[in-house]
Structures are given as C-alpha cells and as structure tokens.
Design a protein around this ligand. Structure first.
Ligand code: GLN
Length: 452
C-alpha cells in the first residue's frame, strides 16, 4: 500500500510509470498475505516491482513507449515476468523508457519524459534519469517500487542505475530468456534487475534467470543462489583496470570515484592489475552499426498489417506502410531504422555490417584475453553524472557517447553491474561498473557488495 500511494503521489511529476496497476497489485498483496500465513511463500512473496514496458504482460497494456503499439494488450506473459510472478512478486505497473529502448536519457518516450528524482545542490533544473530503463531507475530511486526490471542492449540498465544512484545488473547474454520481451537488437538484448542494493539484485536475478525452451539463445547453465555470493571474501581476487577506459576529457570526479573503488577493493584484499582492452575505441562505432541493423529487421513487423496502429487514408500498400511507420515511430527510432537499413543494403553490407561483426569479434577477444589475467574488471559506468533535460545534446552522436563505457561488455556478452559508489560535488550519484566472465555473475555480485 505504501508503494501504491507513493506511485499515486509522485507519478504526475516523475512520470516513471506509463501504466499503473494499483488495484491489481493490492489484490495480489492480499493473496500474498494468505500464502505467508500458510507458510508456503516463495522468495519474492509480496515484493512490489515495476516492470519495464518492454516486457509483455498478460492482459496489461505493453507499449514499448511507442505510439505504434500504444494500445497493445498482450495475451501472454513474458518468461521473465512469469518467473517473477511464480516467485511471488507483485507488479505495480509498467515503467517508462526511451521508445523501443533506444536512447540514453528517457527523452524519446511517446508518453513523455521521465524526471530523475535527484537534483543538483541549489539548482532546480530537471535532470534526466538516463536511459533507456529510466522509468525503472527513477521508480526504484523514488521509492515508487522496491525493485524493477530493466533491459540492457548497450547500457540501458547500467547507465540509468548510475544516474539514479541505484544498482543495475546486466546478466551474461543468454542468462535470462528474451521470450516475450519486445526486441530491439536480438544479439545484445538482455533483461536484468534494478534495485536499491546488490543483495536485492542478487535475489531478483535468481528469480528471473534460467533456461527457456522458447528462446534458443537462452543458456541451459544452472542458476546459482546469487544471494550467497554477497559478502563473500575477496582475498586474492584479481581486479583489472582497463587503460582504455581513461577516456580523454573525463572529469576529475569520475577519475576520483574510480580511484575510490580501487582503494576499497585493495582494502578488501584484492590484487589490482592493469589490463588493456585495445579495441575499446571501436566499441561505440561498432555498436551503432550492429544495433540499428538488428533493430531495422526487428521493427519491420510494425507495418500496420501484422502489428501496429494502422494509418488512415492510405491509397496503396506502400503508402499504408509509409504512413503507418512515419506516424507511429518517433524521430530516433526512424533514424535507427534508416541507419540499419543502410548498413544492411547491397553494396554497403560488406563495408559496414560485415566489418562491424569482425570488429565485434576483436572486442570479444580483448575480454577473453583480459580474463586470463583477472577475475573482474572495474570501470566507471558513464562519463558524467545525470545531465539536465535542457542540456540534452542536439547532435545524436553526442548522445551516443554516453554509452562509451557500457557498450563493449554488451558487444562481448559479458555480465556487468553498476553500483552507486559516491556523490559528486553537486550531490549527484556516480556509479562504478564491474564486468565479469561469462556466466560469472557471482563474482560481480561479491565485489559489488563490497563497494556499496
Ligand atoms: N543508449 C543505448 C542506445 O541508445 C543503449 C540502449 C539500450 O541498452 N537499450 O542504443
């Protein structure tokens, strides 16, 4: 009840939720009470969560923050949300995001922007919550949910977690099923938890993860009890500091929080090792070829015939597609579809898409080689703290630069987590990122719990 009241009181300003399901939540809470009394309660019994509006939820509108499917009510439940429900969780509603999860500031939603609950000291400017899972991050930070689901394609769990001072964990690619989650870039998309503590993230991830016959890319690797990794001894653990993440122009404050993380881990008994990930500088360019290419293919289905709100007054089939897609998609989504279509076109495919796939392999090898020397990597999550809504860069490429530290781990499928570690001089949260070996979320959870 406290959470439904918080949603009611704050959502008008924060706009973290696109759809609020308080009545359903309160009804589910009553049922949860009776399972607790009967002593049969699964681990998340009664825990109120926000669900990113990219996960299909049976009977509850699912929009991807896009006009084109603004009235879509799925007749099925995504695997991840079904698992959370089986574990007793209660859903407070569907959280806001950048349209189709494309963005870094929650500025492209067809349902309005999300406001970061944090403010700079003595400054009333509205700050962005990060993106694309900004609604989830803001809801958790503003106590409008105890935890939330996010999805991360190139940083969409980690960067908003850093901007809102919460924990965000992107599991290894294939750890959580993608079935029933609206696709952006299928070789990168991964669901994960966004919470107020590393321990909460661990508990939520154990509930969300696991094999799924409905998603052939979902791994059959056993899911550990992640909670047991919290507080584990870090003696002798090797922590890598990648030289290439010292990006030019990085602020003193980001460097200072990074150093603070190093000191904390050294104190905890870790060995700090300098490593190199030489292809990091190509990460962003490669990502912004591969992700749009996959998006242009995944979003082809929203044509007004198979899916999507059909435009009125079309005079031919081509005209119907054109009008539907022009009216239904926002500017950023259209930009990505055009970029993706271009890099996949005959004549350009080898020069862009194929080349990007080769560079992706080099980025993956960088991680494989680094993980021969270390157990985990420590880097900043984002190059800045949350920026003000009216400081939004006009040039989309400037916006893409936000993803510079999160994209490489996505390209290589590594698990990675952002943990809030310090406040900057203006009182805003800064996060550090831990990147782990494939399917070794336990180590990043163990190290993350030492950084809190
Ligand atoms: N900001 C990145 C993008 O715009 C990442 C988005 C994501 O991870 N979904 O593509």
């Amino acid at each position: 009840k406290a959470h439904t009241e918080a949603v009611e009181a704050l959502n008008g300003r924060v706009n973290a939720y696109i759809t609020v399901t308080s009545d359903k939540a309160l009804e589910a809470a009553k049922k949860a009470d009776s399972t607790l009394v009967a002593g049969e309660a699964p681990p998340l019994t009664g825990i109120p969560l926000g669900i990113k509006d990219l996960f299909c939820t049976n009977g509850v509108r699912t929009t991807a923050a896009s006009k084109i499917i603004g009235n879509f009510v799925p007749p099925y439940e995504s695997t991840v949300t079904a698992k959370l429900l089986e574990n007793g969780a209660i859903f407070l509603g569907k959280t806001n995001l950048d349209e189709f999860a494309m963005g870094s500031g929650n500025l492209t939603s067809a349902f309005g922007s999300v406001e970061n609950p944090w403010h700079r000291k003595d400054d009333a400017s509205v700050l962005v919550p990060g993106g694309s899972s900004g609604g989830s991050a803001a809801a958790v930070a503003a106590r409008m949910a105890m935890g939330a689901t996010g999805t991360d394609t190139g940083g969409s769990i980690r960067q908003p977690a850093a901007y809102c001072g919460i924990v965000g964990l992107k599991p290894t690619y294939g750890r959580c099923s993608r079935w029933g989650t609206i696709a952006f870039a299928s070789s990168l998309d991964q669901a994960g938890p966004m919470t107020r503590s590393v321990e909460d993230a661990a508990i939520m991830l154990s509930a969300m993860a696991g094999a799924d016959p409905k998603d052939s890319t979902c791994a059959t690797v056993a899911v550990p009890d992640y909670r047991a990794a919290c507080g584990r001894s870090l003696k002798g653990l090797r922590v890598g500091i990648p030289a290439e993440y010292r990006a030019p122009g990085m602020s003193e404050e980001i460097l200072a929080v990074w150093q603070k993380g190093v000191d904390m881990l050294r104190e905890a008994g870790c060995e700090i090792v300098d490593v190199s990930l030489p292809h990091t500088k190509y990460g962003l360019a490669t990502y912004y070829i591969i992700a749009p290419a996959e998006c242009s293919s995944n979003l082809a289905r929203y044509d007004g015939v198979r899916f999507g709100e059909r435009a009125e007054g079309a005079t031919s089939l081509d005209d119907l597609y054109e009008k539907t897609r022009h009216n239904g998609f926002g500017e950023e989504v259209r930009r990505r579809i055009l970029m993706g279509t271009y890099v996949l076109s005959a004549g350009y495919y080898d020069a862009y898409y194929l080349k990007a796939q080769k560079v992706r392999t080099l980025i993956q090898r960088d991680f494989t080689q680094a993980f021969e020397k270390v157990d985990v990597l420590l880097t900043p999550t984002a190059p800045t703290a949350a920026f003000a809504r009216d400081e939004k860069p006009e040039d989309p490429v400037q916006m893409y630069l936000n993803d510079i530290f999160t994209v490489p781990a996505s390209m290589a499928g590594q698990p990675a987590m952002s943990v809030p570690v310090a406040l900057d001089g203006k009182g805003l949260p800064l996060g550090l990122q831990l990147i782990g070996k494939h399917f070794d979320e336990e180590t990043i959870i163990a190290v993350g719990s030492a950084l809190e």
